[in-house]
Design a protein around this ligand. Structure first.
Ligand code: GLU
Length: 464
């Protein structure tokens, strides 16, 4: 078998969104699975919509996802000479021809076809045929170049996701492959690239299904081997509508900003339209070992934010406290919070990770340990009753000499409430509110232990 060569060929007209990232992941994984080559190609011929910022966003996104390409990035704008060369070859071989139909003539043709309720299509008036005499080329119309699409028969392929797809050639008119100014058109460039780059498997979104018959015909005319195609179904948002900007965080880098781990996003994307039995949690490496085209679903995949959050928390919990702290630290630093001035960040994140599903939520949670805490008066009034004040004072005295470890602090709390004839929450709740500004925290003894004797003593003194 030929060595596998796949490509990801984004148009740099925006950031790398989730759909593109999934396409890139599948193309990458297929190449890795088969020891093949993954090519990155930037389809930047739409100069009006392509921007260098978007190219950079794609490169950044790919890097963040860890989808390394083996060849490229190739830029279509840098391959113009090659496309023009192939167009000349197509003309010389009789696979393409000059068409001098003016814009006015095309408009008239369309109006006529629409009046007859026909699909608008080029009628082949400049197409050379045996025994047909073409009019003399007008001198005032710069010609376009059209591909001589086969007139009869079908063009078909066994799509690895959608099954057999067939188009009648009569449905395809003669595609313009070079505009009047000589610039090659989109479908033609894709063909030359896939051919030159030796692509064996084209894995892409199913918005390209209608381009495929045209591309296959052109590839055949070029004498190129037709690759295997796998068209991925679209991704729907949580609400079942087509995934769009409306659904918020659709740029891959937005997930980074929002505190998602690459591992979680990769695992999540892998399951968007592909499955391996009931496996939900698997590493990148495991995915590469398992990935195949047979288990890509033909139906649309639906985005599920809850599942992504669940996976993200799973991968956060897999990190060592030191690694987790290293990821949270810059997020707090970006807010001007200095985590060196305060308790151990490693211990803080370890204490809170079970209740946080993104790095940002975790940063929010532990921030209280590094900034002055001013509990809301209302929250304080709600939890610190007059009956609790003597217990609070006893506790403040007790911590001066207690062994500074959670079990001993816990014992001191229990002792204090018993002595004051109170129930546990009567003291635990005001402690939480005073020390963190929040009524919900992990085990209060662990929180107190983390904050440290000195700071706890200082904080309690304000309420005695
Ligand atoms: N440039 C196309 C896009 O971004 C992809 C073309 C292809 O994969 O063949 O949709």
């Amino acid at each position: 078998m030929k060595p596998v060569r796949t490509r990801f060929a984004p148009s740099p007209t925006g950031y790398l969104h989730i759909g593109g990232a999934r396409t890139a992941l599948f193309s990458w994984a297929y190449a890795r699975r088969h020891g093949g080559t993954f090519v990155l190609r930037i389809e930047d011929t739409d100069v009006a919509r392509s921007t260098p910022e978007a190219v950079q966003a794609i490169l950044d996104g790919m890097q963040w996802l860890g989808l390394e390409h083996d060849e490229g990035p190739f830029y279509q704008m840098q391959r113009m000479d090659r496309y023009k060369e192939v167009i000349q070859q197509m003309l010389a071989a009789g696979h393409a021809y000059y068409c001098y139909t003016s814009k006015e003539e095309l408009d008239a043709l369309r109006a006529e076809q629409e009046a007859k309720k026909e699909k608008p299509r080029y009628d082949g008036r400049w197409r050379p045929e045996a025994g047909k005499t073409l009019p003399p080329p007008p001198s005032d119309v710069p010609p376009v170049v059209r591909f001589k699409n086969p007139k009869d028969g079908v063009v078909a392929w066994d799509d690895q996701v959608k099954g057999r797809i067939e188009f009648a050639n009569t449905e395809l008119d003669d595609l313009i492959i070079a505009r009047a100014d000589g610039t090659p058109t989109y479908n033609f460039c894709v063909c030359v690239d896939d051919w030159d780059m030796g692509i064996t498997h084209v894995i892409r979104g199913d918005d390209h299904v209608n381009n495929t018959p045209r591309q296959i015909n052109i590839l055949k005319a070029l004498g190129a081997e037709v690759p295997t195609y796998a068209h991925l179904s679209m991704i729907l948002g949580d609400d079942g509508a087509k995934l769009s900007k409306r659904h918020g965080a659709v740029s891959v880098m937005q997930y980074d900003d929002d505190g998602f781990l690459t591992e979680a996003v990769i695992n999540y994307l892998a399951r968007l339209g592909w499955s391996h039995g009931d496996d939900e949690v698997f590493s990148r490496q495991q995915f590469v070992e398992w990935f195949d085209l047979d288990h890509i679903t033909a139906s649309a995949a639906q985005f599920n934010t809850e599942k992504l959050l669940w996976l993200n928390q799973h991968y956060m919990k897999q990190l060592s406290p030191a690694d987790l702290a290293a990821k949270v630290k810059p997020r707090l630093a970006a807010r001007g919070v200095d985590t060196d001035a305060g308790p151990s960040l490693e211990q803080a994140v370890a204490l809170y990770v079970d209740r946080c599903n993104t790095l940002n939520v975790l940063a929010d949670a532990v921030e209280v340990f590094y900034v002055p805490v001013t509990p809301h008066a209302e929250l304080l009034a709600q939890h610190l009753g007059d009956d609790a004040r003597p217990a609070l004072a006893d506790f403040a005295t007790g911590i001066a000499s207690v062994a500074w470890e959670a079990p001993a602090i816990n014992a001191l709390i229990k002792e204090t409430v018993t002595k004051n004839g109170l129930k546990m929450p009567k003291l635990a709740m005001p402690l939480r509110v005073i020390l963190t500004g929040q009524a919900q925290t992990p085990s209060v003894d662990a929180v107190i232990c983390l904050i440290g004797r000195e700071r706890v003593t200082e904080a309690l003194a304000k309420y005695l």
